[in-house]
Design a protein around this ligand. Structure first.
Ligand code: SAM
Length: 285
């Protein structure tokens, strides 16, 4: 490891790296990675490919979800001793659905100021080509992996008018889009981005029902990494949904979800399916 100067504290640089295409890295990111004393990387083996590609020989240390707390003291100590450290994750911007948040907070608490080195993130990359409104958006990251919790989370977003952005893996892409279709309705516009900036980059755009169908018919569409962008709810929301949900809050305490949804749909005018999904979420099913 290179040795830093000790008179002044070093800097923590939070450095964005490519989300697929290795050329998507800024000059400033490369200069920073080459000049710091240490790179804290989510997975040192993974990041070695990037560093080797650019001939960067800086020492690395792992910093991931499971050791972040224990690394904080070590890194703050290095910064206070005058060494500078760069934080990177496997892809994109650290902290965005990636480790680093506790370290950055600790750096502030130690009276130091982290330095951003901006670059790619799957969320901004996807929004730039999704063809959905981007004036206001709501980044939801990954939905819960368990079906009941996922549906509950989607239920809480029914009246969200901002464009919604989700991250998803190949394991759950189909289930998640199916759940979104059930929650938001088959006709809600959406765009799914797969393998952005990589060889098999694809965009699927249409209603949730159309995108689900197209993806089900394309056997490659379930492979890779995904960002899902769903248009927000209409600005003047259908009051019947809110009314139906309030009814469901009471009815599911006494009736089955199906019975409660039937009654609430008849009384409120909202769609039974939407209320049924909401009821499942409430009951934690
Ligand atoms: N820190 C990253 C960022 O700034 O986007 C996100 C890391 S998160 C652990 C990984 C998720 O980001 C993937 O499961 C996928 O949802 C999304 N993602 C990352 N790279 C992607 C790509 N090239 N194409 C599509 N989605 C991608």
């Amino acid at each position: 490891m290179k040795t830093g100067k000790t008179e002044r504290p070093g800097k923590l640089y939070v450095v964005a790296t490519p989300i697929g295409n290795l050329s998507d890295i800024t000059n400033r990111a490369l200069e920073t990675l080459a000049s710091v004393e240490l790179i804290a990387a989510e997975d040192t083996r993974h990041s070695r490919t990037l560093l080797q590609h650019y001939g960067i020989k800086t020492a690395m240390l792992s910093l991931h979800e499971h050791n972040e707390s224990s690394r904080i003291k070590q890194i703050i100590g290095l910064l206070q001793a005058g060494s500078s450290v760069a934080l990177i994750s496997d892809a994109g911007t650290p902290l965005i659905s990636d480790p680093g948040s506790r370290l950055v907070q600790a750096v502030h608490e130690a009276g130091l100021q982290p330095v951003p080195i901006p670059g790619p993130s799957a969320v901004s990359t996807m929004l730039s080509v999704a063809g959905q409104p981007v004036e206001r958006f709501c980044f939801e990251g990954f939905l819960p992996s368990k079906a009941a919790a996922r549906r509950k989370q989607l239920g809480s977003l029914l009246t969200e008018t901002r464009t919604l952005v989700f991250y998803e893996s190949s394991h759950r892409i189909s289930d998640s889009i199916q759940d979104m279709k059930n929650a938001f309705g088959a006709s809600r516009p959406c765009t799914v981005g797969r393998e952005l900036t990589k060889r098999f980059e694809s965009l699927y755009r249409g209603t949730l029902a159309e995108v689900l169908l197209v993806m089900q018919q394309d056997e490659n569409s379930g492979r890779g990494e995904f960002v899902i962008v769903v248009a927000g709810a209409e600005e003047n929301p259908d009051k019947s949904i809110e009314a139906g949900q309030s009814m469901m809050d009471v009815l599911v305490t006494e009736l089955s979800v199906s019975q409660a949804a039937s009654l609430a749909a008849r009384m409120s005018g909202a769609r039974k399916k939407v209320l049924y999904e909401y009821g499942l979420g409430k009951k934690g099913k």
